[in-house]
Design a protein around this ligand. Structure first.
Ligand SMILES: *Cc1c(COP(=O)(O)O)cnc(C)c1O
Length: 321
């Protein structure tokens, strides 16, 4: 157990090419646990969040519900758009998602605010699939069941020295439930342990995927692979009469591709499902006539080509009937 955890922590540091002083912490609960841990362990008092979909909204709402810190300043954008939060006097923590999984909008990871402020980025669906500069974030958190092709249940976080010192001082002066205590998580992680028992199968799958990623050429190779897969779909949608990319071109995701369709999306996905092509449905909460296709590194671009040929065929059948 300790060996595999140590190897995962080293593997993440290696994959992301972490600067000196950055640390990898992990624990049980998935990325959603971080949403509740952030107001306890990272926000001094005033957070500012940019929200543009289901996941970023949940992160902001967890801060709003926490009675010990001020309500966050929230800049809400329409689904399909994306923007970094803007710097503002008095804000000590900025939050945004790297990739908003519900809509397929993606941002570059960039620091916001001055030296005293922390930049906290939800990288759940982009970590391991999209190149980023770790020096541009203080906290970059994710789960293993997206780009790392493992199972759910765990959270991982890459922490800058500034994040570690914020965590240390806030958890020393506040009551924090143990399960949400990032300082406890970090001290356990340093010993290659978790606070409570993790699912070994999840760790094993994550470990195997990390090794595969490194063999393929690391993060830059994963970045190129997901760019290739997603471009195939965007290009297909641009030239297909009944399909239209949903997200503004400047913020289109390379891991979650959303395509509005003029034909009934439910019917397309039902026909595909009969032939074993599954999980191309839109995000429920978004309620659009849309296909949403993941292009995580584990998917071979050849499979994406095969999917697009299938979709073209289904489109022809539905248009002529
Ligand atoms: C999937 C996802 C989450 C939730 O992850 P869990 O591990 O299920 O808690 C959070 N944020 C983003 C951006 C996601 O894609």
């Amino acid at each position: 157990m300790k060996n595999i955890l140590g190897s995962i922590r080293e593997g993440i540091a290696h994959l992301f090419n972490l600067p000196d002083g950055y640390e990898v912490a992990l624990g049980n609960g998935g990325a959603s646990l971080l949403w509740d841990a952030i107001p306890f362990c990272l926000v001094e008092d005033q957070a500012k969040a940019s929200t543009f979909g289901q996941f970023s909204s949940k992160a902001a709402s967890a801060i709003d519900k926490n009675p010990f810190v001020s309500s966050p300043i929230v800049t809400k954008l329409e689904p399909g758009a994306a923007a970094l939060p803007t710097s503002e006097e008095g804000v000590d923590t900025y939050l945004y998602p790297h990739n908003e999984t519900s809509t397929g909008a993606m941002l570059p990871v960039k620091r916001v605010g001055g030296d005293e402020a922390l930049t906290v980025v939800d990288g759940t669906s982009s970590a391991g699939a999209v190149a980023y500069d770790p020096a541009e974030a203080d906290v970059y958190y994710f789960s293993p069941q997206k780009a790392f092709a493992a199972d759910g249940g765990l959270w991982l976080a890459v922490l800058s020295p500034a994040a570690v010192s914020r965590i240390e001082h806030l958890t020393a002066e506040r009551w924090v439930p143990d399960i949400l205590n990032l300082n406890l998580a970090l001290t356990n992680s340093r010993q290659n342990q978790t606070l409570n028992t993790p699912a070994l199968a999840t760790l094993h799958l994550l470990h195997a995927q990390l090794e595969w990623m490194m063999q393929q050429g690391g993060l830059s190779a994963m970045d190129a692979r997901t760019k290739e897969s997603s471009s195939l779909i965007y290009d297909w949608a641009e030239r297909t009469e009944w399909a239209h990319p949903f997200v503004d071109e400047s913020v289109r995701s390379q891991v979650v591709v959303t395509v509005d369709v003029d034909l009934p999306a439910g019917e397309i996905s039902r026909i595909c499902r009969e032939s074993g092509i599954v999980d191309i449905d839109s995000y429920r909460g978004l309620g659009r006539n849309q296909l949403r296709i993941a292009t995580f590194p584990a998917t071979d671009p050849g499979e994406v080509r095969a999917l697009l040929e299938s979709l073209t065929w289904v489109g022809q059948q539905l248009s002529t009937n």
